[in-house]
Design a protein around this ligand. Sequence first.
Ligand code: NAG
Ligand code: NAG
Length: 290
Amino acid sequence: MLAVLRVLAYLCTFGTLVKNIISYYFAPIQLRNEIPKDGRAQQRPKNVSKHNSLQTAPKVGEGNQCFKRLQLSSFEELLAVVKTYPEVYLFIGYGARAQYADVDEVIRGLLPMLQDIHYRCGEKRWLGIYGGDKANVTAPDLGWLMKRLQDEHGCDLLAVQAGGEPDDHPTFHFVPERQTKYDEHSGKTKTLYGGIHGGELVGGSRIYLADELVKPDSSGIRLLTGLISAGGGQIALEELRYADEVGLPWTYVPSRAGNTQAYGSTYGPVHNWVTDRLSNGPRPVLVSAR
Ligand SMILES: *[C@@H]1O[C@H](CO)[C@@H](O)[C@H](O)[C@H]1NC(C)=O
Ligand SMILES: *[C@@H]1O[C@H](CO)[C@@H](O)[C@H](O)[C@H]1NC(C)=O
């Protein structure tokens, strides 16, 4: 009954047009959501099994404690964990420099999507992958947004830590081999956190946007359900463009930067690109208005 009301409320709020866009957008996702019933969730990650049964994704409310801060030791283990979740999203957005002006506002923008995810996942928790930005309430960036989704929206977290130390709260973290580049400007060697460098995905991007996650298998199913961009700067833009190129479904939620000087604009570089992209005709994209 509750589910029916939810769907009705949803339809009333967004109207047929948006609903059509959403159906189009979510068609591959709904297909994908059938999978765990048929055995994909049977796979048990190596070395993770001893911590708990991961045969199916944990239920809302029980996930956090069970899997708190489990280090994954290989990319194969990461894939095995991802396969246990009914839906898996890559989140990109602002980092420590730009931050969010108002995380509640961002969550309100994400809410229709979050409600849909809950609706499809039922009691199961879902998985959010991100770059392991530190969660800091007084300097709220993507890290803080992810913590809020974990605490309030049934989302387990997988931090792909291309640099820095993993935070305490993500359910899983994976630390790939650190990649660096020499920066002639400053004369220093810098960590490559993500994006594209020399035509290749680098840092965290080479892990969470790897072919194994973004390319459909022989039955047309992707391990990543989609990418969600809540605002975003230069690296996020490179990641979103890559996702768009390989046909990964993505969603963008306009988000005001806390420090507008970081990119010289309120909504940041991703916003401008999405605006252009949408003006070129129908796309597998949904823009959520706040
Ligand atoms: C599994 O864990 C053992 C010890 O905890 C470790 O030696 C081994 O390398 C791990 N295997 C994999 C595939 O990560
Ligand atoms: C959180 O952000 C504030 C404000 O920028 C900073 O002073 C503080 O050191 C940060 N805390 C941590 C743990 O990084």
